[in-house]
Design a protein around this ligand. Sequence first.
Ligand code: SF4
Length: 333
Amino acid sequence: MREAVKKFNWPPPGSPVKGVELLVGEGCNARCLFCCSASPRAAGAWRPWREICADLARARSRGAWLASFSGGEAALHPDIFRILRSAAKLGFSFIQIITNGLRFADGEFAAGAAAAGANEIKISLHARDAATHDRTVGVRGAFSKALRAIENCSALGLKVSANFAVTKLNYRQLPAFTKFMAEDLRLTGFCFMFSFYEGRMLGGGKKLRVSYSAALPYLRKALKYMEKEGIRPETKMLSNFTPCLAPEYSNLMSDWGAGEQEKDSPVLQARPGEAAAVARHSSRKKKTQACAACVYRKICYGVDDGYLRSFGESEFKPLAVKPSAFPLRPFYP
Ligand code: SF4
């Protein structure tokens, strides 16, 4: 991480993240079982380059230094290189594409993205074996393509990290996956995202549902491994978790509350009046009965409503005090 900070002139570790996440469109070439979109489209519905540039310029004028592009599959946007060049021209130092990696398996495409200004590629990798990953994303051969994408991007000197969506198919792999990332792929940047119970998760993804209680022992084991090996998280790496589930790791959780978190909100609003990613998360969440007695009751958004409908409220116990010590601290808090 320190090498990337120096190489790409990112703000020093410890700087609060000021970034904008732009959804460039809905087209996608995968069929992830956990996708929050009920029917991702194979093509189309791309936001025009001009509109994206206007959002980038607005965020930049408000001090954003990180531009993150997601979709659908951002790499499929017909003007993706032009968009990356515009972000670089506007002065964003940290330019990230969130991708399923399928396009980056093509070395020429990866080189084009690097030349256009991308410096971090965040690739979805949901298992350490091909069968589980391919099944999760609904594309045969996706795992080997994701590994090739990692190889291509690493060879180009890009920073590479991974997103792992926690589901029933893979939650037991969390410790082994973390080890695989660090020891086999030599990558130390990853995010564990607990899937929201919406979109495809409500239909064919039903078999993917897992409770927090089942997943937490494996998550703790993975984080303990990081602690033992001195692997420092790069950013807040836990998405869609609540502090009461694992208070000692609440400093690694994104998108759980306003107020205290708002001061260093990881995502700026793309447009005036438009909900930021953090706010989008808040709209899916609901307070439980326990929340009324919790120390975070004023700032926590609560729990994914869809999750509560599947598993109920019993796992969420109010916190009497805020945690004061954290075993892992991210480079960018
Ligand atoms: S407010 Fe509710 S969901 Fe949030 S940490 Fe407290 S008990 Fe958990």
